[in-house]
Design a protein around this ligand. Structure first.
Ligand SMILES: Nc1ncnc2c1ncn2[C@@H]1O[C@H](COP(=O)(O)OP(=O)(O)O)[C@@H](O)[C@H]1O
Ligand SMILES: [Mg+2]
Length: 819
């Protein structure tokens, strides 16, 4: 195509010698129509594809759940029958041993009824299609046939068979759940299809529920023995002890945490409480190795060893206070993605699904599992549900240490209890759970094992068993009044809202030192001093103003001094965050998560889904490009003097601008999510490559969209393919620049730069370059190369055209002469 050819006929329209552009326009119109149709399809159907797929999956899942529930019911009935039969059989045996005769045995009508009924119903239910079909087959062969009177000999044989070979009856043995759920599935059939996988997962869940029901009746010691049972405690244990933990803000020298000593233990839930601004978040961040911009002194020991906590990051779950979840993914997609990337690589797909299903069930998210989480602009699930998804993201990776920052804030009482119950269950598996919480209800507070109470300034006031906190404070003369929730009372005292009773003679500022003295910890000199002043009757003047001797000098700093301090602390903060984000630690977690390639696959799936859901934004991008192409195409006329340079300059600016702004979205919108995922050990390379791969679709399509208008309006001499190749390179280049801007700048400045750069660089590139320096600078500007490529392509064609013209002229001249 192009206008070089003098004679063109595509048999599309009638060739008219007077309208050389007619065929070109026809093709242009066809291309525009095709692009518009494509855009319309994308705009309307992208969500539909995902929704239909989800609906189908949901149907499969519901069928599997139903089947698992039926099997569980059958199992329950079978168990009852088994117990009854066993009882009956043992009775019979005693009776037989007494009489040496079978014939005399009399059937207990009630027991037989249960047995008869159960065996029949069980048989039927057992044939329900579960993937563990072998069990039902073996059972049916050994189980008595319907209606046939049961012979005691058969019954005994059957019982012994069950006892001898429980594996055959796995569908009915609740105690086998853990062995299988952790990747030891029975040999033979592996669930492959969605249906089989869901059936497997739900069957396991039903078994676990049954086990929980059984354990409900357990005594306290029973629960303890269950918690220490190696069959149930599958996860590696992490105990974190901290000694004299002190965190000081770099640059400012302000203490955020002081002399915190203690231990958080596996299998226990520790509550971190204290007034607002006491340093709770700082404390748990320090435990998780995320204290940025602070100088840390003291010791943190992991299982008694002085190792960096970040070496264990693959088995540590950190739930931030803000809900950093993907708004354009459903609840299940969010959880499943995290499970796939963070669970051990050797875990099979069914087991991964089981873990996710377990978390969805324990957090009560079944009803919203297929709903989009939503964002501030586009509402999705409720705030409380989002909070639970935020916690679920860390639960699905089966952590050994789970640190949560105010997971119950904003949750209603029932949801908080549900969450705590889920965490309690985790703790039973040996998980060390430490969470910050605000104003727990009495019932909720009872669910905690340990309590860390912090006063303002990050000083410990109490650390130990939650149940003994009242006793400790009573020892200091602080009694919790009747009908007042103990934690509320302690925090009110620490806030200074409530003063301890006059008889106790304790000032709330003394409490940290009292705790240190109570435990025999060394008291820092400045605290000793303020304690002495408080103990004096005329204490009012000294410490009451709250000035810490450490900070006393800071108030006298000049404006310039303060400015310098701020700059310094900012620089320290930046350095720390770079150090924190890019420094690699030796991995001591013994968990091998999927490699980069697998993660790339998972990321690819996720980004693909996100893009399909954002298709309307993409379609709008294309529409704007179409409009830009049409407008600039009409404005810029190709003239042979400058080979269409003006039109191409506009093109370069417009395409750069539009593509840059669009590409910015790739990396600046979900930065928080990225930092969270990267901190948990997910591959940054996989994340980047997946996004880049999906963005290639845009890189390829966008030039077509723009040219479909611009090319057919300007009708340049160069061909469509030539224009496309140059524009493709341009889009590729600006996408790369936009990535860099999005990664290194905050969204605001990044947008500003991406607007400024194309304009300035194009201006520099199109200036007359007299000086050597200017020439060198312009060589670095991508618009220069793009413009050159466009113009050269045009010029080449023109040269060919003029050669052709000359040739035709010569020929016609010769013909004229001959004639
Ligand atoms: N990076 C920081 N820069 C300045 N001050 C900080 C920083 N981190 C924490 N602080 C201060 O430390 C105190 C404790 O903060 P935080 O641990 O978030 O409190 P909370 O107990 O409410 O979670 C607050 O007064 C806060 O302003
Ligand atoms: Mg906080």
């Amino acid at each position: 195509m192009g206008s070089t050819s003098e004679k063109r006929c595509f048999k599309l329209t009638s060739c008219n010698s007077n309208a050389s552009n007619q065929d070109l326009h026809a093709y242009g119109i066809m291309l525009i129509a095709a692009t518009t149709t494509l855009l319309l399809i994308i705009y309307n159907c992208s969500d539909q594809v995902l929704n239909t797929r989800e609906r189908r999956l949901a149907k499969t899942r519901e069928a599997a759940a139903r089947s698992a529930r039926d099997t569980a019911k059958a199992r329950q009935r079978w168990k009852t029958a088994k117990d009854a039969a066993k009882k009956h059989a043992s009775g019979l045996q005693t009776h037989f041993s007494q009489t040496f005769s079978f014939k005399k045995s009399a059937k207990h009508p009630e027991e037989l009824k249960i047995l008869d009924q159960t065996s029949c119903e069980t048989d039927e239910d057992l044939y329900a299609p579960t993937h563990i079909s072998s069990s039902s087959e073996s059972l049916s062969s050994s189980a008595p046939s319907r209606g046939k009177p049961m012979e005691p000999g058969n019954l005994m044989r059957m019982m012994h068979e069950i006892e001898d070979d429980p594996g055959n009856y796995e569908g009915f043995d609740v105690n086998t759940h853990d062995r299988k759920s952790k990747g030891h599935k029975p040999k033979g059939k592996q669930p492959n299809t969605h249906s089989q996988i869901f059936k497997y997962a739900y069957a396991q869940l039903e078994k676990e529920k049954a086990l929980q029901e059984e354990n409900k009746n357990l005594t306290f010691s029973g629960v303890i023995s269950m918690a220490t049972n190696p069959e149930i405690r599958k996860r590696p244990l992490i105990e974190v002890s901290f000694k004299d933990l002190t965190l000081t803000l770099k640059g400012k020298g302000k203490h955020l945490l002081r002399c915190v000593t203690g231990k958080i233990k596996p299998g226990r839930i520790t509550a971190v409480m204290g007034p607002s601004g006491a340093g709770k978040t700082t404390f748990i961040s320090a435990l998780a190795g995320k204290a940025i911009g602070c100088k840390m002194t003291g010791l943190i020991l992991i299982n008694g060893k002085n190792e960096s906590i970040r070496s264990y990051r693959k088995i540590i779950g950190y739930v931030p206070q803000d809900d950093i979840v993907h708004g354009n993914l459903t609840v299940e997609e969010n959880l499943r993605f995290n499970a796939k990337c963070r669970l051990p690589a050797h875990l099979s797909k069914p087991d991964t699904v089981l873990v996710v299903e377990r978390v969805i069930e324990s957090l009560g998210l079944q009803m919203v599992r297929n709903s989009l989480v939503g964002t501030v602009e586009k509402r999705g699930i409720s705030g409380g549900q989002r909070k639970r998804v935020n916690v679920g993201l860390e639960m699905v990776m089966e952590p050994s240490l789970l640190i949560l920052d105010e997971p119950t804030s904003g949750l209603d009482s029932a949801s908080s209890q549900l969450l705590l119950r889920a965490l309690r269950h985790e703790a039973l598996e040996g998980v060390n759970i430490c969470m910050v919480l605000h104003q727990p209800s009495y019932a909720l507070f009872q669910m905690f094992d340990d309590l860390v109470l912090l006063a303002k300034g990050g000083l410990t006031v109490y650390h130990g068993s939650a149940k003994k906190a009242e006793e400790y404070f009573a020892g200091l003369g602080i009694h919790v009044p009747e009908r007042v929730n103990p934690p509320d009372h302690f925090i009110d005292i620490l806030e200074g809202i409530v003063t301890p009773s006059a008889t106790s003679g304790v000032n709330h500022k003394e409490l940290p030192v009292r705790w240190m003295l109570h435990n025999g910890y060394p008291v820092p000199p400045d605290l000793q001093q303020s304690f002495a002043q408080l103990a004096m009757p005329s204490a009012g003047a000294g410490p009451a103003n709250g000035t810490n001797p450490v900070h006393a000098g800071m108030e006298e700093k000049s404006f310039a001094g303060e400015l310098w301090q701020d700059v310094r602390s900012n620089v320290e903060l930046q350095r720390d965050s770079i150090h924190h984000n890019f420094l690699k630690f030796k991995d001591l977690s013994c968990r091998r998560t999927p490699g980069v390639l697998w993660q790339y696959r998972y990321f690819l799936g996720r980004v693909g889904k996100q893009r399909m859901r954002e298709a309307k934004i993409q379609a709008t991008d294309y529409l704007i490009l179409l409009l830009a192409g049409a407008c600039l195409g009409t404005l810029a006329k190709t003239s042979d003097e400058n080979f269409g340079a003006v039109g191409y300059t506009y093109t370069i600016i417009a395409v750069s601008l539009l593509c840059k702004i669009a590409a910015l979205r790739s990396f600046s919108l979900d930065k928080l999510q990225y930092w969270r995922e990267s901190a948990s050990g997910m591959s940054s390379l996989a994340y980047f490559l997946a996004k880049d791969t999906i963005d290639h679709f845009n890189t390829v399509i966008k030039p077509v969209v723009y040219l479909s208008m611009f090319f057919f309006f300007t009708n340049p001499r160069s061909s469509f393919a030539e224009n496309y190749i140059v524009l493709l390179c341009l889009v590729y280049c600006v996408t790369g620049i936009a990535y860099a801007l999005a990664i290194f700048f905050q969204p605001g400045p990044a947008q500003l730069w991406s607007v400024l750069l194309p304009v300035v660089l194009t201006l520099v590139a199109t200036q007359k370059q007299d000086g050597e320096v200017l020439k060198k600078i312009s060589n670095l500007c991508y618009p220069k190369w793009a413009l050159e490529a466009f113009v050269i392509a045009n010029a080449e064609r023109q040269r060919e055209a003029s050669r052709l013209k000359n040739f035709i002229k010569k020929i016609s001249h010769r013909v004229d002469i001959k004639t």
